[in-house]
Ligand binder design. Structure first.
Ligand code: SF4
Ligand code: SF4
Ligand code: SF4
Ligand code: FES
Length: 834
């Protein structure tokens, strides 16, 4: 049956089958009050506000638990129903503190709305009020126990959607209290329990007394942190951001956010934001006007070009900035400067994926978030979506909730491995050998014939039986199977080759795939041509004539340097100047010492950023840039979805958006772009890179990727001087420089910590909380220790992204020969208690 007929209050409606009465009523626009019901949660049937009468059934029924059937006749309004609902409301109000004057939920509160609607509620109960107070155990969420209406939405959302199981009901009956699991540590600060609470019992502590809805402006934007590209609703009061919530059930995130999206916005109004351009004079920064500064930058670039040629200048575009700014950045470098030395920190991840994708003829299906949610099987290789891309992680959880199965191959213990139905503990760095093993059994590829079964088994650490089981797992129900890969693959030696094999395997089997991208615009920056060998739309340089015609200028013929090649060239004095837009390589790139020496060797360094970052503090000129909320444009998420957002907060005084800076600089250099606003930039992009729905039509085809031979070594090897293996992990509470400026995220977790095997620690007389010095061949850092029985002996785990201890400074930067991406997943270290 494709539709059913159902009658509400003598009016007949048609709706889809398989709904409850309340769902059917919502679909056809009939109002039924509710507290505990929420479409995305399992029905509870607890509050009884949704009582309705069904023809032929003697007692009133809860609409949220009663299935709607064809021909059903339902009464939603009658004296009896009104009395019954009113009695439930009266009971709730008998307990409720009525402190709406200063409750942050006032005017957005279901209890207020329903009380107003029922108007004639009596106050007959006189049982003594149960004083329960307010709990502040959670650094970001206030729990006001007296306002709770016991709907259990918070418990259900936390367990069913977030999978955190952090909230429980304690005590019984009207004494029931919703409390966090004692000891804390379960909450992942997604804030979903705040959104679903129908009253002011769960509140955002960053917002306390932030404003009434009528005092606030609201607008949808895109989260600036990871590649999921979640829709966020920004709430502003007096032109300042005061609260972030999910766009209501819109975008890829369906009304969910992670801690970063919800609580990570503090950097926008950080008092340490740069507000004036800075020019280094006699070793010190001096504030200057925009005109003077841009003229100075233009003059210095022109002088370098005149003396040494344009090929000694390079640029790093930004995985944080908009598609439009990245487009203008590469156009500036290519036509105004005359150099193809263009790259970004996407080199650390997505550029390797792209190299593999471009080098693969067979086109596999790229999955969407929705396809992940509806999949039957997901195999994760070298990724931790719950930390890097939490909303993608929730899509995987939703897949499990629907009965799907998650397998994960990872040498680390992560949030995602804990969730998996099966954790395949491969050897550190064995993601590529695992893919070789799967390709060996699934593809007819002569180049892989040299690898024997025992060989791949020894290299992966998995028995041939387990490898066969993985192949079988991927072979069944291929249409509903997704391979989800991450930096464990892209940052490995021969990562691009592994990506290519994975895509070929997926194409042959009919499996779809998706890559976890931890920065919000990794994909967009690459698609906009912030690459040394590709133009916008990934067009090869051989097609430059088409772009030259639109840009009215020549594009250099030869591909430029990639990021680390630029740094190496700087060290060798072959590169004299670097323009960095919104990147902080001194913190985000592996091998800090190498990066520092490279930047220190330049004659001229320009950095455009929100803060005086470590990289900016080495610059000759610093240009203060606008934050995401202050500018308009688009970000391209990890699925390839291009999402536009408006400027919602006035640009901070003295600050300019990246795109405007680039246009003005191009004019100062006498080759001004004739573009007046973002809409015109957009138009130009669309004329060169057409859209197909929400995605760009990209060019495919690239050099075939050489496959590794059997002589290839993987993994960290042994080094008696550095006996422990440190594996890098991601953190839910950090994602680059901006996250270290967000008070909310610092409250969630202030400092980095090293996870260490308990027995290893006891041998070295190291205890929980002790501080240790970690040393590698590249550098050393100090960090506090947390003991874990889950971490394998001889290994350590540490999250990247925290400003107090940066494990990337311990890494080397050995580059993959094809993608020129540095290996950045693990390093051999020694550990000493201090
Ligand atoms: S913030 Fe998220 S994880 Fe924490 S208690 Fe609320 S729903 Fe659960
Ligand atoms: S705290 Fe809010 S969401 Fe949780 S049970 Fe109470 S009223 Fe419902
Ligand atoms: S999952 Fe990513 S895009 Fe979504 S809220 Fe979190 S950090 Fe932002
Ligand atoms: S909404 Fe139906 S019982 Fe609560």
């Amino acid at each position: 049956m494709s539709t059913i007929k159902i009658t509400f209050d003598d009016q007949e409606y048609e709706t889809e089958p398989g709904l409850t009465v309340i769902q059917a009523a919502d679909r056809v626009g009939v109002f039924i009050p509710r507290f505990c019901y929420l479409e995305k949660l399992s029905p509870l049937g607890g509050c009884r506000m949704c009582l309705v009468a069904l023809k032929g059934v003697p007692k009133l029924q809860t609409a949220c638990t009663t299935p709607a059937r064809d021909g059903m006749e339902i009464v939603t309004r009658s004296g009896e129903i009104h009395q019954a609902r009113k009695a439930m409301l009266e009971f709730q109000l008998a307990q409720h503190p009525l402190d709406c004057f200063y409750c942050d939920k006032a005017t957005e509160c279901d209890l207020q709305d329903l009380t107003y609607l029922f108007a004639d509620i009596e106050h007959r109960y006189d049982f003594p009020p149960h004083k329960r107070g307010t709990v502040y155990d959670n650094p970001l969420i206030e729990r006001n126990l007296e306002r709770c209406v016991h709907c259990e939405r918070c418990i259900r959302v936390c367990s069913e959607i977030q999978g955190a199981h952090a909230v429980v009901a304690t005590k019984r009956g009207r004494m029931t209290e919703m409390r966090e699991v004692p000891g804390g540590g379960e909450c992942q600060f997604c804030g979903h329990c705040i959104d679903v609470c129908p009253v002011g019992a769960n509140l955002d502590r960053l917002f306390t007394y932030g404003g009434r809805p009528f005092q606030m402006e609201k607008g949808d934007s895109i989260c600036p942190y990871c590649g999921c590209g979640c829709t966020v609703s920004l709430n502003m009061r007096e032109e300042k951001l005061v609260r972030v919530r999910p766009g209501v059930d819109t975008g890829v995130n369906n009304g969910s956010l992670c801690a970063r999206g919800r609580f990570g916005w503090g950097f926008v109004h950080d008092p340490e934001r740069l507000t004036r351009p800075l020019i280094r004079k006699e070793g010190k920064f001096v504030e200057a006007g925009w005109d003077e500064t841009l003229l100075y930058v233009a003059t210095r670039f022109e002088k370098i070009i005149k003396e040494k040629g344009p090929e000694v200048i390079g640029g790093l575009g930004s995985v944080r900035s908009t598609d439009e700014a990245n487009y203008l950045f590469q156009r500036f470098l290519r036509t105004v400067i005359g150099s193809n030395h263009i790259d970004s920190s996407a080199r650390l991840n997505y550029a390797a994926v792209l190299a593999g994708w471009l080098g693969t003829k067979e086109q596999a299906r790229e999955a969407t978030f929705e396809e992940v949610r509806k999949a039957r099987r997901v195999l994760v290789i070298g990724a931790d979506p719950l930390e890097t891309n939490p909303i993608l992680g929730l899509a995987v959880k939703a897949m499990q909730n629907r009965g799907g199965t998650l397998w994960i191959a990872d040498s680390r213990v992560t949030l995602t491995t804990r969730l998996a139905n099966r954790h395949l503990p491969i050897l550190p760095g064995a993601e590529v050998p695992l893919i070789l093993a799967l390709a060996r059994s699934g593809l007819e590829e002569p180049a892989l014939s040299g690898f024997s079964g025992s060989d791949v088994s020894a290299r992966t650490g998995l028995t041939s039986k387990v490898l066969d089981e993985i192949a079988t797992f991927l072979g069944e129900d291929a249409e509903k199977t997704v391979i989800l890969a991450g930096r464990g693959v892209s940052q490995a030696p021969f990562g691009a080759a592994a990506v290519s094999l994975l895509l070929r395997l997926a194409a042959v089997r009919g499996i779809s795939y998706l890559f976890a991208l931890d920065k919000n615009n990794e994909r967009g920056s690459c698609e906009m041509g912030v690459l040394p060998d590709r133009l916008p739309g990934l067009a090869p340089l051989s097609e430059k004539a088409r772009f030259e015609k639109v840009w009215g200028d020549r594009i250099p013929d030869r591909p430029g340097y990639s990021a680390y090649e630029m740094l190496q060239a700087a060290r060798e004095r072959k590169l004299s100047a670097l323009y960095i837009m919104g990147e902080n390589p001194l913190v985000d790139f592996p091998d800090t010492k190498f990066v520092e020496e490279a930047l220190g060797s330049l004659d001229f360094l320009v950095v455009q950023d929100l803060f005086l970052t470590r990289t900016a503090s080495m610059a000759d000129v610093v240009l203060p840039a606008a934050a995401f909320a202050e500018k308009s444009g688009s970000f391209t998420n990890l699925e390839g979805r291009v999402q536009f957002f408006p400027s919602l907060v006035p640009v901070a005084e003295g600050v300019r958006a990246d795109a405007r800076i680039l246009v003005e600089l191009s004019r100062k250099m006498g080759k001004g772009f004739a573009l007046k606003n973002i809409a015109e930039v957009r138009e130009e992009i669309d004329s060169l890179v057409p859209m197909n729905g929400t995605r760009r039509m990209l060019q495919t085809g690239g050099p075939e990727i050489p496959l590794p031979g059997t002589e290839m070594q993987w993994g960290a090897g042994e080094d008696p001087d550095y006996p422990s293996l440190l594996m890098l992990t991601s953190s839910l509470y950090r994602n680059g420089t901006l996250s270290n400026r967000a008070a909310g995220l610092k409250k969630a977790q202030e400092k980095a910590h090293l996870l260490m095997n308990e027995q290893d620690a006891s041998l070295l007389k190291i205890g929980e909380g002790d501080k240790v010095m970690l040393s590698s061949k590249q550098g050393e850092i100090q960090v506090g220790v947390r003991l874990s029985h889950e971490i394998p002996a001889g290994t350590l785990q540490m999250p990247e992204g925290f400003s107090d201890a940066n494990p990337k400074s311990l890494l080397s930067h050995a580059l993959d020969p094809v993608s020129r991406t540095p290996m950045a997943r693990f390093v051999r270290v020694k550990i000493r208690k201090i």
